[in-house]
Write a protein that binds this ligand. Structure first.
Ligand SMILES: Nc1nc2c(ncn2[C@@H]2O[C@H](COP(=O)(O)OP(=O)(O)OP(=O)(O)O)[C@@H](O)[C@H]2O)c(=O)[nH]1
Ligand SMILES: [Mg+2]
Length: 355
């Protein structure tokens, strides 16, 4: 899963990125719009994996991973207007989920934070970017239809795009629309930015962190929101565990930035984890809620989905309750599932396949 950090210039995207990854990408007051995005892969810490690893004592333990991309940021033109650089938009479209970093600290110029208006500015940019795509595509379709190149598919596409255009013009987001499977399939390739789950990261100054309840409630009416103390948490990520713990307790931060964000990102993108276990490897895999056993198999390796026969399956909670795999068998909790089985969070799968 890939999360794109977006936001206005100097909202603290790179600071948050560093807090998440423990890396030290340069934090700047003024960005170079051409600079490449920072990319980092972090483990999604899951205590179930830790426990499974204790049980199976595998040679290798692997957590699910999440990739974070810190974009160069919106560019500000000479009139002070901001917009996404084209290169960034292209990359943003390829992410699964957007995390919008919102400044909630006084900046170097002494400007007080205005989170709701900053959110609105970015929302508008996302919306405009989708509108342009929609209109351009509709023009192309209209031209093709005029030339007599009308097919059922092009007609369906036109209808969906018109619906989307209407939605965007009413300040709606594509993700809020109720589209059927065919409609979704036909627009998937456009990767509309307002069609992606969006999480707000309120980046608060150290002295207001934890005291922004009203603001968080206000933002929470529209988006899932988490509060970070960016600078503080970036400094934390460079400390050893014991020191980190002390400082976190001091600020009443219960979980690290990475754990809070990966959890929130899982929630808004409807992601779940399934596990594979053995003495060679214990591993967590990330899929979307509603995906089938054969799709889960494909996440492990394409051969497994191609040659899928069936899946041996039991749940993590049954394993813990029964104490061992043998216990799971004895209590009749061990299952054989077919291709269409909908995988649940915490399922432990072994795929039988032949190619
Ligand atoms: N007080 C305070 N300052 C912060 C915080 N987070 C970031 N800053 C400051 O804000 C400035 C910009 O931070 P960056 O992390 O580079 O912001 P950015 O969003 O990556 O900026 P661009 O990439 O230029 O768009 C730096 O001077 C940071 O020190 C914070 O939580 N509190
Ligand atoms: Mg930056």
């Amino acid at each position: 899963m890939e999360i794109g950090l977006i936001g206005l210039p100097n909202s603290g995207k790179t600071t948050i990125f560093n807090a998440l990854t423990g890396r030290v990408a340069e934090v700047t007051t003024y960005a170079d719009a051409k600079s490449k995005p920072n990319v980092a892969v972090v483990n999604v810490i899951d205590e179930r994996i830790t426990r499974l690893s204790d049980m199976y004592k595998p040679e290798k333990t692997a957590y699910a991973t999440m990739q974070f991309v810190d974009f160069a940021g919106l560019a500000r033109d000479s009139a002070g207007k901001v917009s996404f650089p084209d290169a960034s938009v292209g990359m943003m479209r390829n992410t699964d989920t957007l995390a919008l970093v919102v400044r909630n600290f006084t900046d170097v110029l002494g400007d007080a934070p205005v989170p709701p208006s900053d959110i609105e500015q970015v929302e508008t940019e996302l919306l405009i970017s989708d509108l342009i795509i929609c209109e351009r595509r509709l023009e192309k379709i209209a031209l093709a239809h005029k030339r007599g190149q009308k097919t059922p598919v092009s007609q369906l596409e036109e209808n969906v795009l018109r619906k989307i255009l209407q939605c965007l013009n009413d300040d709606g987001r594509v993700i809020e629309m109720e589209l059927d499977r065919d409609e979704e399939k036909i627009i998937r390739g456009f990767q509309f930015l307002t069609g992606k789950p969006l999480l707000v990261i309120l980046n608060s100054s150290e002295d207001t962190f934890g005291k922004n309840r009203e603001l968080l409630e206000e933002i929470g009416k529209r988006y899932k929101v988490v509060e970070f103390a960016g600078n503080f948490e970036m400094e934390l990520s460079g400390l050893d565990d014991e020191e980190k713990q002390l400082f976190m307790e001091d600020m009443e931060i219960e979980e690290s930035a990475r754990d809070r964000l990966t959890r929130a990102a899982y929630e808004i993108s409807n992601s779940i984890s399934f596990f594979t276990v053995g003495t060679d490897e214990v591993r967590a895999w990330n899929i979307h809620e509603g995906q089938s056993a054969v799709e889960a198999a494909g996440v492990i390796h394409s051969d497994l989905s191609r040659g899928f026969i069936r899946s041996e399956c039991f749940s993590y909670s049954d394993l813990i309750e029964c104490g061992s795999e043998k216990g799971v068998h004895d209590k009749g909790r061990f299952r054989l599932e077919g291709k269409d089985y909908i995988v649940k969070d915490g399922d432990i799968l072994a795929i039988r396949f032949s190619v």
